[in-house]
Design a protein around this ligand. Sequence first.
Ligand code: P6P
Length: 354
Amino acid sequence: MADADKLVKQTHALDRDCTTLSRHVLQQLQSFSAEAQDLSALMGRIALAAKLVSRRLSRAGLVEGVLGFTGDVNVQGESVKRMDVYANEVFISVFKQSGLVCRLASEEMDKPYYIPENCPIGRYTLLYDPIDGSSNIDSNLNIGSIFSIRQQEGTDENGEAKDLLQHGRKQLAAGYILYGPSTMLVYSIGNGVHSFTLDPSLGEFILSTENIQIPEHGSIYSVNEGNFWQWDESIRDYIRYVHRHEGYTARYGGALVGDFHRILFEGGVFLYPGTLKNPDGKLRLLYETAPLAFLVEQAGGRASTGTEEILDVVPEKLHTRTPVIIGSKEDVELVESFIQDRTREQTESLTAPS
Ligand code: P6P
């Protein structure tokens, strides 16, 4: 390669290494306004939280008191892992110092955590799942953190946060961190989906892929088939279909972020339908499925409950759960078609002359 070409390649590599997350946000917004600076600073704090969690995970097997359970049960009724508590505290500490976030709502906390001094109107609310997929931690498999940022809108007459119980199209930013062979941060502020990879030698998240677009269709279907006995007949119909037709392959890691990340890059569909035990499904809207729905729509995909778009769902309470079908447009529509067929049959049987 000629020297000139080497120099161009080297300059390009340096430019990319200088594209940190905070810088990328400002580039996305083409602005240095107060709001742009706020979002840039918020994403910088997300990156700091991710680095702190990633650092602890990378040494989990060597340090006492990182793995295992605390012995407590959280508001979800789930046994709490030590890493759940640590990561939850990391986000609180990182954002308390930011001066930007008025309240934090977490899967691990019954009520939002308020930072009164940060609550003048115009500040922000952070919703997050500090560690998603914590059942994978002790077996050193991939886990994630999921986050969503909304504009703080004050409180209603009952003192409840007005911005929390609103549909997902109110999100200003959303994304996740995947703690895998490398630590990746994937985010959107409504201007496409972009991924950053943590370079431990720099201690920085460096841009790896811009404007990610999910394939229109993919071969992967990702679902816990151990719940087959608990599903509605329509979902069973879908599973029977993919079992009997060529071109489908099952992938399920038991951690939403890793399963979603695979779908985002390779196409296909992830689903967590309602079950007999959890008719509304297991996954929580505000800090799990709505942030991922925001991303997948930005990447050209879809996210549905089976009957409505995830981003249109207005939660009744902070920890509202919804069924979720998320991924490539064609594959989400295929699952929905089985739901519509069953609904039509039920309607016809009810209206048929006896
Ligand atoms: P199941 C992890 O506990 C989680 O919340 C998601 O990360 C994951 O997709 C789901 O639950 C797995 O649930 O019932 O298949 O073990």
